[in-house]
Design a binder for this molecule. Structure first.
Ligand code: PEP
Ligand code: MG
Length: 881
C-alpha cells in the first residue's frame, strides 16, 4: 500500500502454479520483485490465508487450489487493507496488476470478488473484466471477434458506471445491444461524470477496490449484515482474480452447478450453463442449457460430456475435502474448464438436515458434527406443514406464534360448528375470542386455531401445542363478532363463516385464502439425526401427554416417558363431561361418590391405554388441577341444556353455578386445595391409576406410576394427600391381592413451594417445576391476559422476552434453583424436572441441565427439538473442556 503504512506484502515464495495459468504466473514472478508495499497474498496452497484476515472466499479458494482444481490465479487483500482503503488511503493497484502480468496494454483482465468472514453476510457485487480499455478491446477484436469484444467492454463500462461511479442504472435501460451500444455507453458515462471512461487498468482497479470497500461500510450494507448476525466490526477481504473469459472459440461459456436440491436436500444435479457468457449469466438466461439430460431442452452433458464428467469429479472432491455441499461457479474457455468460485449451497432446513446426515453417513463428517449442524429450533419446520416461503402472503391478522405449523380451512366461530365441519370431512379454522376447556372438542376437530386474546401459555396455546395444531393467539388487530359470525381484518376486510383462511402458527399470522404449503419432513434422515443426538445428550426428555393419541405421538418422537399427564383433559370427552358435571353438582358425599364411581372405570381405562402405549416407560400423572367451574357452561343456553341433562330446575343449576364461580379462580379452589377439601376426587383418581397398574402388569407392561400433586404451597397439603393415597394403594393391593410400586411427587408451581421445598421433599420422591403457573405467580401476571400488553412490555425493554415463552432465569430461575437446592438437601436422590411449556425451549433446557435436573418434559411436538438441543449442550460442553 502506498505511503508505507501498510504491512509488507507476503507473497508466497512457493506459489504452486495451476496448469492453465502458468504463463501468466511466469510473468508475475518476474514482476514480483518490483512490487512495492502492498498487502496482498497470492492464493497458493501454502500461503498464510486466514478466514479472519482474508475472508471466507479467499480461504475457500485456497482450499480449491489445494484440491488442485483449475482456479485462475487469485490474490487476497486482507481486511486491514480494505478498511484503510475505505478510510481514503490509496492502494497501489499497479503492484497488484503487475502480479498478474497486466500493464497498460497487455496481460489478462481481472475480476474482484467480496470475501467477508462469513458468506451469509453478503458483500458488494463481483466486478468482472477490469483492465478493459481501447488497446485491450482492439486485441480482443482480433482474438474473439468484434461482437464478443464489444459485449465485454459494454458490460464492464456499465458495471463500472453503476457500481463504481454510482450512476443511476435506469440511465442505461434504453441502450440496446448492437454496434452502437459501446459508443453510446461511453458517451453517457462521459456526459454524467464529466470525464472520459478511465483507460488505465491500475486506476480502474483502484477505483473498483475503493468503491467496494466503501460499499461495505455503507449504512444499508451494515443493517443487512447485522440482521444476519454479523458483529458491528465485521470485516471484508477482497479477492482479485484473473478472468477466465467464457467467450471465444471452441466450447466457451460459464455456468453454475450444485449436486443437491436446495429445497429437499436430495442428490440431484441442478444449475445452468450458457455458451459465450461470464459470471452467473446462465442463471438468468432463458436460452441457457440444462446441465444433465433434460426433456425440456438441450444439456451440457450432451454437448460436452467430458466437461460434465470433470465437473462431477470436482464436485465430489469439494464435498469430500471441504466437508460440505458446494455450488461451483465455472467457466469454459475453448474447452478448458476453470473453477472461479465455490459457495456453500443455500438450503432449507429440511435440505440442511438431509445434507448433514448424508455427509456423516458417508464418513465425511463425524456424527457429532452432523448433530451440531442442525439448529434445534429449526426442527419445528419439519414437523408440520409450512406455508411455502415462495408463495404470496396476504396477511389479515398478526398475533403470537403460539403453536407451529400451518393449515388452511373454512372459518368457524364455535366448537359445535368445528365438530360439524369435521363430521362433513371439511377442514376448518376455529376462531374464538379465547378458548376454554369446553372448546377442547372443537379444537380437536379444527385444523388450526385463531384467538383474539391470550398469550404463550393461555388455554388455546397450551392445548394447540399439545395437539400439534397450528395456532395464533392474541391477534388483537382483528375484530371478532361471534354473534354475527364474522371477523374484521386489520385492513377492514370482512371474513364470514365458511370463508377460507390459512393460519401460519410458525409466523403468528392469519392469511386470506389457501396458501401454498410444504409438507412435513419426518423422514429417515430426521430420525437418524435424532438417534445420534440421543447418543450424546445427558438430560432426559419426556413429553406432556394427556390422551392416548398424545402418548402415541410422544412415543413416535422417542420421548423417554410422560412427564405430565393433565388428567382433567380426560374429563372433557363427551361421555364423561356430564358425569363430571353431576359430580360437581352433587349435594351429598354419597351423590358425589356415585358420580365418581361412574367416572372410575373410564379413568382406569384411560390409564390402561396410556401404560400400554408407553410400554414400561415412566408415566407421571397429575391429579385433578383446574377450578371446578371450568366444567360448567358460561351461557344461559348451556345452563338450560345442563339443567335438562341433570334433570334439575334451571334456577337451581344457575344458583349452583353462580355459587361455584370465583373472583380469581386461578388462585382459588384448584389443585391440591380440591384434593384437601373434596378428597374423593383424588381418591378415585388414585384408585384408577393403581388398578390400571395391576391390569397393565397382567398384560405384561410393568409400570411404576408417578402420582403428582398440583399447586402445592405447604408441606401439610402433601402430607394430607399422601396419607389418603397410601391408604387407597393399600386397599387396592388387598382387594386385588397384587403388589405394585408407585412414586408420589409434587408439582412446584407456587413461589412458596420453591422456598419450602426442603419440607415438601420430606413427603415427595420427585419435584416437577410447573413454570407456567410459577411464572404467573412470581410476576403476579395472568398467563391468560398477559398477551394484551406483552408486546409493549417487550418492545419497551421492561421484559427482555415474554417470560411465559422463555424462562425468566433471573427471577423464576432463581426460585427453581432455590427449590432444587433445598429439596435435594432434604433428599439427595430427589428427582427434579421441569414440565411447564419452557421444558421444550433450548435456553431453558440449558438452565435445567446446568442446575442438575434429571429431565425436561414438553409438548410431544417439541420433543425432537428438546432432544437435539440437549445434545448440542452436551457436545458444546465436551468441546469446551
Ligand atoms: C404449569 O403450571 O407449569 C403446568 C405445567 O401446569 P398447567 O399448565 O396445566 O397449569
Ligand atoms: Mg400449572
Amino acid at each position: 500500500m502506498a505511503g508505507g503504512t501498510a504491512p509488507r506484502a507476503h507473497h508466497s515464495a512457493c506459489a504452486i502454479k495451476n496448469p492453465p495459468y502458468s504463463a501468466s504466473r511466469a510473468r508475475s514472478a518476474a514482476v514480483q520483485k518490483q512490487v512495492t508495499l502492498t498487502a496482498f497474498s497470492e492464493i497458493t496452497p501454502s500461503a498464510p490465508i486466514a478466514t479472519e484476515a482474508h475472508g471466507w472466499k479467499a480461504k475457500c479458494l485456497q482450499r480449491l487450489v489445494r484440491l488442485e482444481l483449475p482456479v485462475p490465479q487469485s490474490v487476497a487483500l486482507p481486511a486491514a487493507t480494505i478498511r484503510a482503503l475505505a478510510q481514503g488511503q490509496p492502494v497501489d493497484a499497479s503492484a497488484i496488476l503487475a502480479h498478474f502480468g497486466t500493464d497498460q496494454t497487455a496481460g489478462p483482465l481481472v475480476s474482484v470478488r467480496a470475501s467477508p468472514a462469513n458468506p451469509d453476510w453478503g458483500g458488494p457485487a463481483t466486478i468482472l473484466n477490469i483492465g478493459l480499455n481501447a488497446a485491450r478491446h482492439a486485441a480482443l477484436c482480433e482474438t474473439h471477434g468484434r461482437e464478443a469484444a464489444d459485449a465485454l467492454w459494454c458490460r464492464f463500462i456499465q458495471g463500472y458506471a453503476i457500481n463504481v461511479a454510482r450512476l443511476d442504472p435506469d440511465m442505461f435501460e434504453d441502450v440496446r445491444p448492437g454496434p452502437d451500444a459501446l459508443r453510446e455507453l461511453r458517451r453517457l458515462y462521459e456526459y454524467e461524470t464529466d470525464e472520459p471512461f478511465p483507460e488505465d487498468p491500475a486506476r480502474q482497479l483502484s477505483e473498483v477496490l475503493r468503491s467496494m470497500a466503501r460499499a461495505w461500510e455503507g449504512t444499508s450494507a451494515r443493517l443487512l449484515r447485522s440482521a444476519k448476525g454479523a458483529p458491528e466490526d465485521a470485516a471484508l477481504g477482497l479477492v482479485v482474480q484473473e478472468m477466465a473469459q467464457g467467450i471465444g472459440q471452441g466450447i466457451s461459456g460459464s455456468g453454475v452447478i450444485q449436486f443437491v436440491d436446495s429445497v429437499t436436500g436430495q442428490n440431484r444435479i441442478t444449475g445452468r450453463y450458457l455458451g459465450q457468457s461470464q459470471g452467473r449469466d446462465a442463471l438468468a438466461a432463458r436460452e441457457a442449457l440444462y446441465l444433465t439430460r433434460d426433456p425440456r431442452g438441450p444439456s451440457l452433458e450432451e454437448e460436452a460430456p467430458e466437461i460434465m464428467q470433470d465437473l462431477i469429479r470436482m464436485g465430489a472432491a469439494c464435498r469430500a475435502k471441504l466437508r460440505e455441499e458446494m455450488q461451483i461457479e465455472f467457466t469454459v474457455e475453448d474447452g478448458r474448464l476453470s473453477v472461479l468460485d465455490a459457495i456453500r449451497v443455500t438450503r432449507s432446513v429440511r435440505a440442511g438436515l438431509k445434507i448433514a446426515v448424508a455427509l456423516a453417513e458417508d464418513g465425511v463428517i463425524p456424527k457429532s458434527e452432523a448433530v451440531l449442524r442442525v439448529e434445534p429450533r429449526a426442527l419445528s419446520e419439519l414437523l408440520h406443514h409450512q406455508v411455502d416461503p415462495r408463495g404470496i402472503r396476504d396477511v389479515i391478522a398478526t398475533g403470537i406464534a403460539a403453536s407451529p405449523g400451518a393449515a388452511t380451512g373454512r372459518l368457524v366461530f364455535t366448537s359445535e360448528a368445528a365438530q360439524a365441519s369435521a363430521a362433513r370431512g371439511e377442514q376448518c379454522i376455529l376462531v374464538r375470542r379465547e378458548t376454554a376447556p369446553e372448546d377442547i372438542r372443537g379444537m380437536h376437530s379444527a385444523a388450526a386455531v385463531l384467538t383474539e386474546r391470550g398469550g404463550m401459555t393461555s388455554h388455546a396455546a397450551v392445548i394447540a401445542r399439545g395437539l400439534g395444531l397450528p395456532a395464533v393467539v392474541g391477534a388483537s388487530d382483528l375484530r371478532l363478532d361471534g354473534k354475527d359470525r364474522k371477523l374484521t381484518a386489520r385492513d377492514g376486510r370482512i371474513f364470514r363463516e365458511g370463508d377460507i383462511i390459512t393460519i401460519d402458527g410458525s409466523r403468528g399470522e392469519a392469511l386470506a385464502g389457501a396458501a401454498e404449503m410444504l409438507p412435513p419432513a419426518l423422514d429417515d434422515s430426521f430420525r437418524q439425526l435424532l438417534t445420534w443426538a440421543d447418543e450424546f445428550r445427558d438430560i432426559g426428555v419426556r413429553a406432556n401427554a394427556d390422551t392416548p393419541s398424545d402418548a402415541a405421538t410422544a412415543r413416535n418422537f422417542n420421548a423417554e416417558g410422560i412427564g405430565l399427564c393433565r388428567t382433567e383433559h380426560m374429563f372433557f370427552e363427551e361421555d364423561r363431561f356430564t358425569v363430571m358435571r353431576e359430580m360437581i353438582f352433587a349435594d351429598t358425599s354419597a351423590d358425589r361418590a356415585s358420580a365418581l364411581s361412574r367416572l372410575l372405570p373410564m379413568q382406569r381405562e384411560d390409564f390402561v391405554q396410556l401404560f400400554n402405549i408407553m410400554q414400561g416407560l415412566p408415566v407421571c400423572i397429575r391429579l385433578f388441577d383446574p377450578p371446578l367451574h371450568e366444567f360448567l357452561p358460561a351461557s344461559r343456553e348451556g345452563l338450560r341444556e345442563l339443567a335438562e341433562a341433570l334433570d334439575r330446575p334451571l334456577s337451581e343449576v344457575t344458583r349452583r353455578a353462580e355459587a361455584l364461580r370465583e373472583v380469581n379462580p386461578m388462585l382459588g379452589m384448584r389443585g391440591v386445595r380440591l384434593g384437601v377439601v373434596l378428597p374423593e376426587i383424588y381418591d378415585m383418581q388414585a384408585q384408577a391409576i393403581f388398578e390400571a397398574t395391576i391390569e397393565s402388569a397382567r398384560r405384561g407392561a410393568v409400570i411404576v406410576p408417578e402420582v403428582m400433586i398440583p399447586l402445592v404451597s405447604a408441606a401439610r397439603e402433601v402430607e394430607l394427600v399422601k396419607t389418603r393415597i397410601d391408604a387407597v394403594a393399600a386397599a387396592v393391593r388387598t382387594r386385588a391381592n397384587a403388589d405394585f410400586d408407585y412414586r408420589l411427587g409434587v408439582m412446584v408451581e407456587t413461589p412458596r413451594a420453591c422456598l419450602r421445598a426442603g419440607e415438601i421433599a420430606q413427603h415427595a420422591a420427585f419435584l416437577s417445576f410447573g413454570t407456567n403457573d410459577l411464572t404467573q405467580m412470581t410476576y403476579g401476571l395472568s398467563r391468560d391476559d398477559a398477551g394484551r400488553f406483552m408486546n409493549t412490555y417487550v418492545q419497551q425493554g421492561v421484559f427482555p422476552e415474554d417470560p411465559f415463552h422463555i424462562l425468566d432465569q433471573d427471577g423464576v430461575g432463581e426460585l427453581l434453583l432455590i427449590g432444587a437446592e433445598r429439596g435435594r438437601e432434604t433428599r439427595q436422590e430427589l428427582r427434579l424436572s421441569i414440565c411447564g411449556e419452557h421444558g421444550g425451549d433450548p435456553l431453558s433446557i440449558a438452565f435445567c441441565r446446568a442446575a442438575g435436573f434429571d429431565y425436561v418434559s414438553c409438548s410431544p411436538y417439541r420433543v425432537p427439538m428438546a432432544r437435539l438441543a440437549a445434545a448440542h449442550l452436551a457436545l458444546g460442553e465436551h468441546a469446551s473442556r
